[in-house]
Design a protein around this ligand. Sequence first.
Ligand SMILES: Cc1cc2nc3c(=O)[nH]c(=O)nc-3n(C[C@H](O)[C@H](O)[C@H](O)COP(=O)(O)O)c2cc1C
Length: 277
Amino acid sequence: MKKIVALMLSPRSLGNCEILVKEICRHVPDKHELLLIRLTDKEIKPCKACYACLVNGVCPLEDDFTSIAETLASADALLIASPTYFMGANGILKVFLDRCLQLYPAPFSLRGKPVINLVTAGLMGEAGYSEMMLNSFSLIMGLKLKASEVFYGALPGEIFLDNDEQLKRAAALGDLLFSDHERDFASWACPLCGSDVIQLLGKDRIQCVVCRNYGQISQNGEKVELAVGINPENIFFTEEQFSRHGIWLQDMKARFMRLRRKLAVLTGAYASQGKWF
Ligand SMILES: Cc1cc2nc3c(=O)[nH]c(=O)nc-3n(C[C@H](O)[C@H](O)[C@H](O)COP(=O)(O)O)c2cc1C
C-alpha cells in the first residue's frame, strides 16, 4: 500500500485545493492511503536564524514542524496544493520552507520523492508567481517534480463546476503520480527544470528564476530558444551542490567564531539608533 501525503496550503475546508487533491487521488491506479496536512491549522514558528540546528542538529523552536517534516518524509509521493493569494502561494509555505534549514543535518530527507504541484486561482491568468513558489520549494527540497498545474475557480468547489476540462486534467494527474512518465517541458521553458519564469539579465543573457541556472536566449525565425547550462555556483540544483552548501553552512560556525569580535564592533555602532515599534 502506497502513502500519499498532501500538503494543503488552503485554510478552506472542502475548498478547491482539497477537492482537487481528492479528485486526483481517485485516479491514482495504485492502492494507496491519502494523508492530508492542512498547514494553516498547524503551528509553524518563523525561523530565528540562530543556526543552532546546524551546530547541534536541534531547532530550539517548539511547534509542529518536526512532526510535519517526518510525515512528509514517510510519504511515497507528495501533492502540494495552494490557493493564489495576491499573485503568490499562501505565505505559510515560505514560513515552512525557512524552517527546513534544520533538514540539512536531519537523518531523513525528501530527496527524489515524486510530487505534483497544484495551484488554484480565482481568475484566469491571475495566478502570478504561485506555481513558481511551489516549484522552487520542490527544487530546494530535492523532490522529483512530475507535474505542476493551475486550476481556475473562485468559489469553493467551482474548479469542477460544469468544467470537464479541469476534471479531465485532474484525472490525468492521478495516472501520472506513480508512473514512469517524465515531466513534459514546454518548448519555451527552462530546459533544465521546466520553469517558464525566466529573468532577463540584459543582452541575450538569462537566468532561470526557479533553478538559478544561467543561459542564453536566441531567436530562430518566429521561435524563441533558450540554452541553459548548470551553473557551477548553484546551491540547490544537484544533490552534490546541495551537500556542498550544507558544508558551507557548517563552516559558517567556525567563521563566526573567528570574526565575532570584529562583527560585534561593527554592528554595535548601529545599536542605539532609532526606536522600535
Ligand atoms: C486573500 C485572497 C487573495 C486572493 N488573490 C488572488 C489572486 O491574486 N489571483 C487569483 O486568481 N485569485 C485570488 N484569490 C482567489 C483564490 O485563489 C481562489 O478562490 C482559490 O480557488 C481558492 O482556493 P481554495 O478554495 O482551495 O482556498 C484570492 C483569495 C483570497 C482569499
